[in-house]
Design a protein around this ligand. Structure first.
Ligand code: SF4
Ligand code: SF4
Length: 380
């Protein structure tokens, strides 16, 4: 099956025609710049949470797109040939028209997935998700008391009830937990399997925190995590986790120093001069219609500042063509746009394998030693 969901794939798993387009563009940039196929769409910045490792809840003005605006955006995305949309936020459940939005997205034929912190338990929304969506991921940061302490609200029980209800309606939908490893929860990492069982989720996906703040781990603490991963790699098959993939990342992409300073792939990207292919496949849309090349350059977990304005490609509501043109313009200046081009690229844990494989194919050398070790689905 062709995978169009760039947020969850490696380069080899996506549409071969798109792969070829991207590689050919680098070889001969007179060719048309490839259109994206996958979008992460934050329909609201309201999140209902006060997380320790994200500052979005402190932003001065919570924004939300109206249903009419979202209709226009979905229409534009369809006309661009987008195949896959991940709805997120904030918490997409808090958008009062979320059910209508899912239905419309389905009508347009997008494959749909959801990322939520589950700040509300809403059976009507869950019913639509069970009917129309491919997968849903819930933020879970540890056992109940730790999760609720990090989020400052009791959302753990909402996640539990929601997964049970979705599974009752549709046992085929894929449910996963996103566990961001950070200062408050890293000592509880041993409990993740219990949490996964308790919540009845198909996958437990561990993610490394990035950014800056008291929630960051030290090098010693990351070393503890690495050793823990190594000693638990056999749990991978039993429990459906991304433990093996994360070990691979530690061994190939991350350094402890980079992890501790919040830019896990910085040295790796520089050392190997990795190029970024992501905007040829992917776009991220914020809750006011601004479009970014990826979610890292959106600064969506950072303290509110003018940084959020730096990498806007345009506003999809105001002028969709400007978005596509700016994207090509920024990208055409290749010497300034390798993956090391922006400081935030050092946080790019989600796309580092994708960019590495693509760069590898382009240069026809062998940076990745053993790609087959990395499974595509549960990567990050
Ligand atoms: S991580 Fe999500 S839920 Fe937490 S503050 Fe940020 S946007 Fe809100
Ligand atoms: S390399 Fe930079 S621009 Fe490319 S996806 Fe990563 S963070 Fe975004």
């Amino acid at each position: 099956m062709i995978n169009h969901d760039l947020l969850r794939s490696d380069f080899n798993s996506i549409d071969p025609v798109k792969q070829k387009e991207a590689i050919n563009y680098w070889n001969d940039n007179l060719l048309p710049f490839p259109k994206p196929i996958s979008v992460h769409f934050s329909i609201t910045s309201r999140c209902g949470s006060m997380c320790q490792h994200c500052f979005q809840w402190q932003w001065p003005k919570q924004t939300e797109l109206t249903y009419d605006s979202i209709c226009k955006i979905l229409f534009t995305l369809k006309s661009w040939g987008i195949k896959s949309i991940t709805f997120g936020g904030g918490d997409p459940f808090l958008h009062s028209d979320f059910i209508k939005i899912i239905k419309l997205a389905k009508l347009y034929g997008f494959s749909i997935s959801i990322i939520t912190n589950c700040s509300i338990y809403d059976k009507k929304i869950l019913k639509e998700i069970a009917t129309y969506c491919d997968w849903i991921r819930f933020s879970i940061d540890g056992p109940k008391e730790i999760h609720n302490a990090i989020r400052n609200f009791n959302f753990y029980d909402n996640v539990k009830k929601s997964i049970n209800y979705i599974k009752y309606l549709n046992s085929n939908i894929i449910t996963a937990l996103n566990f961001v490893i950070q200062k408050i929860n890293f000592g509880y990492i041993n409990d993740i399997f219990k949490v996964q069982c308790d919540l009845n989720a198909d996958f437990m996906l561990l993610k490394v925190v990035h950014g800056e703040g008291e929630y960051m781990l030290t090098e010693t603490e990351w070393s503890f995590i690495y050793n823990w991963l190594k000693s638990n790699h056999s749990m991978k098959q039993q429990k459906h986790t991304n433990i093996n993939e994360l070990i691979y990342c530690f061994d190939t992409f991350y350094t402890l120093h980079d992890l501790a300073r919040g830019y896990p792939v910085h040295t790796y990207y520089f050392k190997h001069n990795i190029l970024c292919f992501v905007p040829m496949f992917f776009l991220s849309i914020s809750s006011n219609g601004n479009v970014y090349p990826c979610d890292y350059l959106q600064y969506d977990t950072r303290i509110y500042s003018d940084k959020q304005q730096h990498y806007i490609l345009g506003n999809i509501l105001n002028d969709p063509n400007v978005v596509l043109e700016t994207r090509q313009k920024v990208y055409t200046n290749i010497s300034h746009y390798p993956a090391k081009g922006f400081i935030e690229c050092g946080s790019c844990t989600r796309f580092c394998l994708f960019n590495t494989i693509a760069t590898n194919i382009l240069r026809n050398n062998n940076i990745i030693k053993n790609e087959s070790e990395v499974e595509q689905y549960v990567f990050l």
